[in-house]
Design a protein around this ligand. Structure first.
Ligand code: HEM
Length: 272
């Protein structure tokens, strides 16, 4: 969960009294994740539903707490708004997942799986990644930040709502428009990232590092994968692009940002 980054983004320090509730949410989320996995493997669908409900409650609680932090901050950091929007997506996505666990009749299964993918990958993962990258990308590439994340978040958030509605209505044109709007948000951010990264040509200073390249490549996978998928969605596909989005984008971004953040926060200095 993204409680600590939110504090840092908002320049806040929560009191120690707030920590036990944060830990409770973390324990709940971990226990619920295990319940979902065991339930799915053992085909105990009641356990998948129970786990998904606990995931939904933990994330809804988390979203309310984060929103309170953002509201009480002296200066609202738009990246932290991305964390709130991200936390609002998972309760919905978890319930779609629970509905999928025992299988749904006919075309409903594909439609709900597509809605699950949009809510969880483009919404939960994507909006949190936008918020985090608005600060981490310039830090990794040692450039000045760009003021693009507000527009990017608004486009991606609206796109997720439209794409989920299109999936559930089985209206491929609506899903396609939603996908293109999500893509537009990412392209807007990506253009700023590429422009920042290209400043290394005239000012190298050892700025091309593994984490910096990983972040750039992850967003490249996302933009490429979503472009390819948008074309297929207009053609009526209900398949989901799991590999480019979860491996190319999410996993690569996570490994890249952890390779940057862990040495920095553990005191080993910046990675080279
Ligand atoms: C409580 C939480 C969750 C539950 C109960 C759940 C459940 C499921 C189930 C049952 C399926 C299989 C659908 C099928 O029959 O094809 C599925 C697929 C999928 N889930 Fe989840 N899920 C959850 C969370 C997540 C999260 C957090 C993500 C992303 C970060 C995610 C991403 C996906 C993707 C991409 C697929 C499609 C896989 C494919 O068909 O290639 N899910 N989920």
């Amino acid at each position: 969960m993204v409680a600590k980054p939110t504090e840092r983004f908002l320049g806040q320090k929560l009191s120690d009294a707030a920590r036990p509730a944060q830990l409770t949410r973390t324990y709940l989320l971990n226990a619920a994740t295990i319940a979902v996995l065991v339930g799915q493997l053992a085909r105990w669908y009641w356990l998948v539903w129970a786990g998904a409900l606990v995931v939904a409650v933990a994330l809804a609680w988390h979203a309310i707490v984060l929103a309170g932090q953002v509201k009480s901050a002296r200066r609202i950091h738009i990246g932290a708004v991305g964390f709130v929007a991200s936390a609002c997506c998972l309760p919905v996505g978890a319930l779609f997942g629970a509905a999928l666990s025992a299988g749904l009749p006919g075309q409903w299964h594909g439609a709900v799986r597509q809605a699950h993918m949009f809510t969880n990958v483009a919404g939960f993962v994507g909006l949190a990644a936008m918020g985090a990258l608005s600060v981490l990308f310039p830090a990794m590439w040692r450039t000045r930040g760009q003021d693009r994340v507000g527009v990017a978040l608004a486009l991606a958030g609206a796109g997720v709502v439209v794409a989920v509605a299109g999936s559930l209505l089985r209206a491929s044109a609506v899903t396609g428009v939603g996908t293109v709007v999500i893509l537009a948000g990412w392209v807007w951010l990506y253009q700023g990232f590429v422009a920042s990264a290209l400043t290394v040509v005239r000012d190298p200073r050892g700025r091309v590092t593994y984490p910096a390249l990983s972040a750039l490549c992850a967003v490249t996978w996302l933009v490429g994968g979503l472009t390819w998928y948008a074309v297929r969605v207009f053609g009526g596909t209900l398949e989901v692009p799991t590999l480019p989005l979860l491996l190319g984008f999410a996993a690569q971004l996570l490994i890249g940002t952890m390779s940057y953040l862990m040495p920095v926060t553990m005191g080993g200095g910046r990675p080279r």
